[in-house]
Design a protein around this ligand. Structure first.
Ligand SMILES: [Zn+2]
Length: 40
């Protein structure tokens, strides 16, 4: 099983099906909103 982790706050966002155990980095909704506010 793969895990998706927020690159900003290191919280687990979601899991996805995968043959291997692996980690993907992304951003959770809250950090995406923060980025939008920063850029605005
Ligand atoms: Zn986050």
């Amino acid at each position: 099983m793969g895990t998706i982790i927020c690159i900003t706050c290191n919280s687990i966002i979601d899991h996805y099906e995968d043959e291997k155990v692996s980690v993907l980095y992304s951003k959770c909704e809250r950090c995406l909103e923060d980025d939008t506010e920063d850029q605005a």
